[in-house]
Design a protein around this ligand. Structure first.
Ligand SMILES: [Zn+2]
Length: 236
């Protein structure tokens, strides 16, 4: 049955399934821009290769943990709000079932059903799963989209780490001169790829996304390179 359904119904719905993918691409973008720029600044300040690498590793750890913490806090407060709503609805359904039925009926009337049909739908859905119906159609919470703080924190830390890895690996493997130039090339190239991917995931053509990311990534790199260069000149 399910296979059949998918077979006959094969239009892509970008807004539903691209949420986590978009978040992953943005997290990787973050890791790439911040770590690449940080290491570029150190490289232009003529820091020793080991110092550049250590800076990259520290930036990776700090960034991934800060992303995880921010995501955990934000999704946790969302989960708290959901739990509060679940308690409110559970109590209301227990104490005033008839009022809750009217409320649900009214929601379906507003969505375009006739009062009779809305009442019938509300009755059947209440009999099937009253709390689920109220959470979904009144509050807007569905089981699929429940807030999951730990998963969200792990996902954004992982995405950031994946984005930060290329510059860190470059700093580790690059032994000769010209590390700063190599860092700019690798970071810029990957930023264009990620920007393109982000826009494709969102359903766009890709090139506008690539340009946007390129612009901001270049500004970040120019700023840290300038700081590194000024510092390198004043110390050296
Ligand atoms: Zn309700």
């Amino acid at each position: 049955m399910e296979l059949n359904y998918h077979h006959h119904h094969h239009e892509p719905h970008r807004s539903q399934n691209s949420g986590w993918l978009r978040a992953a691409v943005l997290g990787a973008n973050d890791g790439l821009i911040s770590t690449g720029s940080l290491m570029l600044g150190m490289a232009t300040a003529q820091a020793a290769p080991a110092t550049v690498l250590l800076t990259g590793l520290a930036g990776l750890a700090a960034g991934a943990l800060s992303m995880a913490a921010g995501e955990y806090v934000s999704v946790s407060s969302q989960a708290d709000a959901e739990h509060a709503d679940i308690r409110i609805e559970t109590r209301a359904l227990r104490d005033h079932p008839e009022l809750e039925l009217q409320e649900l009926t009214q929601i379906y009337v507003q969505r375009g059903l006739t009062p009779e049909l809305a009442r019938e739908v509300a009755l059947q859905l209440t009999a099937h799963d009253d709390l689920g119906a109220h959470l979904r159609d009144e509050v807007g919470i569905s089981e699929l989209q429940r807030a999951r703080p730990v998963q969200a924190a792990l996902a954004s830390a992982t995405a950031f780490t994946l984005g930060a890895l290329p510059p860190v690996l470059l700093g580790w493997l690059w032994t000769g001169p010209g590390l700063a130039m190599a860092m700019v090339l690798v970071t810029t190239l990957l930023l264009v790829v990620l920007g393109y991917a982000a826009e494709r995931v969102a359903g766009g053509g890709g090139f506008r996304g690539a340009w946007r990311v390129l612009l901001w990534g270049s500004m970040a790199q120019a700023a840290t390179a300038l700081i590194g260069w000024l510092f390198g000149v004043s110390v050296g």
